[in-house]
Design a protein around this ligand. Structure first.
Ligand code: CMP
Length: 142
């Protein structure tokens, strides 16, 4: 089934100047990019995006980190996009991420872990809508 997922290149990876390498890994894995942009979000926006983690002990750290610099949200489409993208990025903790994954290559810790990925098709659609209007998703304009 064709699915959409939201990737985010996080501030640590943007600061390391590896956004291009990460986008290359994503496109080489067969994902179609529907839209991407480089933006900086406020703490309030980061808090809203990660509201599901509000009760977690790392929430404050996560919100502060995600608003600490530029991020690159990317709307992606592919057959089985959710599972395939999560396999491509690897485990949340880079120490557990498999060889060849984006987090193995670029993440430094559980918090500063280079990239985000949606965890379900429904969240993929909602998370894409958080960052992109319909008119910014190029495939919809064909
Ligand atoms: P992400 O895929 O963006 O979704 C939630 C994020 O919470 C996750 O990646 C991690 O960056 C972050 N996270 C999860 N566990 C921890 C942790 N123990 N400490 C700090 N951040 C965490």
């Amino acid at each position: 089934m064709t699915e959409r997922t939201l990737a985010i290149i996080k501030p640590d990876a943007v600061r390391k100047n590896v956004s291009g390498e990460i986008i290359a890994m994503i496109t080489q894995a067969g994902f179609k990019i529907l839209g991407f942009k480089m933006i900086r979000i406020s703490e309030a926006q980061a808090g809203e995006f990660y509201a599901v983690h509000k009760e977690r002990p790392f929430y404050g750290e996560l919100v502060s980190f995600m608003s600490s610099g530029a991020i690159v949200p990317i709307a992606l489409e592919k057959e089985n996009a959710i599972a395939d993208y999560r396999a491509l990025i690897g485990a949340t903790d880079p120490a557990e991420a498999a060889e060849g994954t984006i987090r193995k290559a670029f993440a430094s810790s559980k918090g500063e872990n280079a990239v985000h990925g949606s965890d379900s098709a429904e969240n993929g659609r909602n998370e894409i809508a958080f960052f992109f209007s319909e008119s910014e998703l190029v495939a919809n304009q064909a």
